[in-house]
Ligand binder design. Structure first.
Ligand SMILES: Nc1ncnc2c1ncn2[C@@H]1O[C@H](COP(=O)(O)OP(=O)(O)O)[C@@H](O)[C@H]1O
Ligand SMILES: [Mg+2]
Length: 254
């Protein structure tokens, strides 16, 4: 008889039943999807659900300022500010630290020199995996986090001369994250759902959030799909999702 392993419930309505009751503790899951597909909602809902049960959660933002995420997420009934007061939920901004005011100061400079244009509009460099990991480790220890969300993998500078070196760097980063002992969701911008990327191989589970134009009805359709979930019997279908005041809910098959 196989011993039933304890599961980490996600708090996403209708989701845990698709994956034998929840995530496995201490594992790393990838939630991938295009902009506006619900990645941030999924992550914050997962942390808020843990927070209510007394498990401290940490949301690392690299893509948008923490204030913007908190502001957007306070529109749901997650009670994020209440959980923050109780120290059951923390948002930490690890995004590019350079000043963002270059646009205001550079706006009135009109130039036909292409290189000068690039220099004026160039974004600050995203942080390296080593610096991001060091900070995450610090905050996980400080807040005794049990649940961790990283938003997003796409905002870390994994650049290297060869694609193989870049893949090695991503693998190394995710392996280090696994060693932190938190049940972790890494968010990533979906580039191509049909080609597998190294982060999908390294993660213990992969979930896609779809947001696409249905040409028949000419409306946007949203769905969730479990692509892989190690050590778990799971549903493989694309299922409709809905956003309400209480967050994300998973509905019937598409
Ligand atoms: N309080 C809310 N009630 C209903 N829908 C919402 C609410 N807040 C956001 N949404 C919807 O959720 C979508 C997904 O947002 P988000 O989780 O930020 O996606 P992503 O992080 O993938 O870009 C938004 O495009 C919006 O349509
Ligand atoms: Mg987001």
């Amino acid at each position: 008889m196989v011993e039933q392993r304890k599961r980490v419930t996600t708090g996403i309505h209708g989701f845990d039943g698709l994956i034998q009751g929840g995530f496995l503790p201490g594992r790393v899951y990838l939630v991938s999807g295009p902009p506006g597909s619900g990645k941030t909602t999924f992550g914050v809902q997962f942390l808020a659900h843990g927070g209510i049960k007394g498990e401290p959660g940490l949301y690392i933002t690299l893509s948008e300022p923490a204030e913007t995420i908190m502001d957007d997420m306070s529109n749901y009934s997650f009670n994020i500010f209440g959980l923050m007061k109780l120290e059951k939920l923390q948002f930490v901004d690890l995004g590019p630290t350079m000043a963002y005011n270059y646009l205001e100061s550079g706006q009135n400079i009109i130039t036909t020199d292409y290189q000068a244009q690039i220099e004026l509009s160039s974004e600050p460099e995203p942080p390296t995996p080593a610096s991001v990991f060091k900070e995450i480790h610090k905050y996980v220890t400080k807040y005794k986090a049990k649940r961790l969300v990283i938003d997003s993998l796409s905002s870390i500078r994994f650049t290297a001369e060869h694609p193989a070196a870049e893949e090695k760097s991503i693998t190394h980063f995710i392996r280090n994250i696994k060693n932190l002992g938190c049940t972790t969701i890494i968010l990533s911008e979906m580039t191509n759902p049909h080609s597998y990327t190294v982060e999908q191989f390294v993660s213990n589970g992969v979930i896609f959030l779809h947001n696409f134009l249905d040409e028949e009805s000419n409306t946007m359709k949203r769905a969730i799909q479990v692509i892989k979930m190690r050590g778990t019997k799971h549903d493989c279908d694309m299922r409709r999702i809905e956003f309400g005041d209480a967050g994300l809910s998973v509905l019937n098959k598409m």
